[in-house]
Design a protein around this ligand. Sequence first.
Ligand SMILES: Cc1cc2nc3c(=O)[nH]c(=O)nc-3n(C[C@H](O)[C@H](O)[C@H](O)COP(=O)(O)OP(=O)(O)OC[C@H]3O[C@@H](n4cnc5c(N)ncnc54)[C@H](O)[C@@H]3O)c2cc1C
Length: 387
Amino acid sequence: MKHTHTDPHQDIRDAVRALCAEFPAEYHRKVDEQRGYPAEFVDALTRAGWMAALIPQEYGGSGLGLTEASVIMEEINRAGGNSGACHGQMYNMGTLLRHGSAAQKKRYLPKIASGDLRLQSMGVTEPTTGTDTTKIKTTAVRKGDHYVVNGQKVWISRIQHSDLMILLARTTPLAEVKKKSEGMSIFIVDLREAIGKGLEVRPILNMVNHETNELFFDELEIPAENLIGEEGKGFKYILDGLNAERTLIAAECIGDGYWFIDKVSKYASERVVFGRPIGQNQGVQFPIAESYIEVEAANLMRWKACQLYDAHQPCGAEANMAKYLAAKASWEAANACIQFHGGFGFACEYDVERKFRETRLYQVAPISTNLILSYVAEHVLGMPRSF
Ligand SMILES: Cc1cc2nc3c(=O)[nH]c(=O)nc-3n(C[C@H](O)[C@H](O)[C@H](O)COP(=O)(O)OP(=O)(O)OC[C@H]3O[C@@H](n4cnc5c(N)ncnc54)[C@H](O)[C@@H]3O)c2cc1C
């Protein structure tokens, strides 16, 4: 792929690319085949300081902006890896950074920055309430110097590769709050203490090699000091973190999109059928060119969201639109890539089917495309709330 402009983030790209080159396609393929976890890869990213990009320097991180952090995520996916194994470590700490007490920040952030503590997990989704988060049924009841948690979560990622989890639970029953978004709180759960003592973890085998789990809480005790911010404001705190998460995932999809387009344009230029490269046919060229245009356009919205976020400007619409456009563009690129690899697109050794599965997730999680459309309809266009 030819680029005519100079890239202000070339240094970051070069450094992340060099690290990713030590973990070639065979590595990620093998991890996928074994349904394993890319522990060595994530360790290398952590040791090099990339996962601590958004942690301020006073807590041992590199204090970079979302723009730079998004370049790191993009490069991981562009190199054939999957940031889904580790992106939680980059952005989950934002909740603690924004709403944690001085003591909590001092206690956790330097260790998260160094990788001694992994805060890879965030427990929000529940099986019976889904996207309707304010109806969550997991409760945390204050009893003296601790809270007692009961309930269930589903699809909670990276629990088996995390020391800590941020948990959203209801602290005031829905019937007793004025607004349904009130009465929920967030906590830091120390998984090393909780698992087997009130928290049961059941892995969910899924289409992507993504470590994700069902969680069952039965009288789990959490020290009251693990409450983040004020009791009852947890839902707002979670929402505060979503713009960064959505923008970073948009960048991952952009990375996937470029990976698919690089892969398929090369293959289509080399694969000869009917006496000429298949890429000489416009029926093959056009869907690839179209995907490239769509990835490039989505990328503009990603940069816009990053710039607004880093300038501390409202960016909810842009972050959501970037995620929507990028997830769609990477999926279209994935379809063109698998289609023009013919049968070989389905062979694991080409990596196309793996990346195809991985990028598909982002139209459902962490937020589905429909929910982004309803956000834009309501909050940008001023149309009536639909749910
Ligand atoms: C691999 C994986 C990892 C995940 N990791 C985490 C995690 O770490 N932590 C966590 O908390 N959650 C996690 N999730 C959950 C994820 O955020 C949810 O799956 C997602 O938000 C959709 O919720 P749901 O599955 O309950 O779907 P539902 O809410 O049941 O929705 C199903 C479908 O209906 C559509 N829909 C629902 N309501 C409406 C409406 N009003 N209008 C139009 N369409 C609607 C949705 O768009 C969706 O496509 C993960 C999910 C997966 C698959």
